[in-house]
Design a binder for this molecule. Structure first.
Ligand code: TYD
Length: 175
């Protein structure tokens, strides 16, 4: 954890529907945040960052989208994905993420175009405190699929419980 990250209280700060407290599935563990440090090319005259599949982007890039013009008071995201890996880069400005994988939620601020934030599957995310000039670019390993979204925090918790249970069962069977 660095100075861009901070753990939240056990109740988190979710604003999704149906959020009443939190269940902790993996006792004693807090969420691990994965960043990719992107090499900057250039000098005082200007900078360039290259994103390359398999080099500094650890998945097959099937989609790129960017978010801009978000009002300061707006909270975006408020969902998880069942089967989607993404990498977010604040190409300009800043934004704060709340990330929750069922352990301890973490707040991460992105404000550096040479820093990629990895967003794994089954992580609840909320985005807020967008600076007026924020341009957030997101690379994704799947095409857009509305069916992949979990938009209710209660459903997320239930599905996460199911997948943690099946992982535990698989681990037991493998022993
Ligand atoms: P959404 O994922 O809800 O974004 P946010 O959580 O940041 O508000 O998407 C907003 C709208 O954009 C929604 O109508 C779906 C559409 N959309 C696409 O058409 N393609 C995409 O790749 C994404 C991410 C969204």
């Amino acid at each position: 954890m660095d100075n861009h990250e901070r753990n939240l209280s056990p109740t988190g700060r979710h604003s999704g529907t149906g959020t009443v407290g939190r269940r902790v599935f993996l006792l004693g563990e807090s969420m691990k945040i994965e960043h990719v440090q992107l090499r900057k090319h250039g000098d005082n005259g200007g900078m360039l960052v290259a994103l390359e599949q398999g080099r500094n982007v650890p998945f097959e890039i099937r989609r790129v989208y960017y978010i801009f013009g978000t009002k300061a008071e707006v909270r975006r995201g408020r969902h998880a994905h069942r089967n989607l890996t993404q990498m977010a880069v604040a190409v300009r400005g800043s934004v704060t993420f709340l990330l929750d994988d069922g352990t301890e939620p973490v707040e991460v601020m992105l404000n550096d175009p040479s820093r990629g934030l990895l967003l794994n599957r089954m992580v609840w995310r909320e985005l807020y405190d967008f600076s007026e000039d924020c341009v957030l670019m997101v690379l994704a390993d799947q095409l857009y699929d509305p069916g992949d979204y979990i938009t209710d925090y209660g459903d997320f918790v239930r599905e996460l419980g199911g997948s943690v249970e099946s992982e535990r069962m698989a681990a037991c069977l493998a022993v």
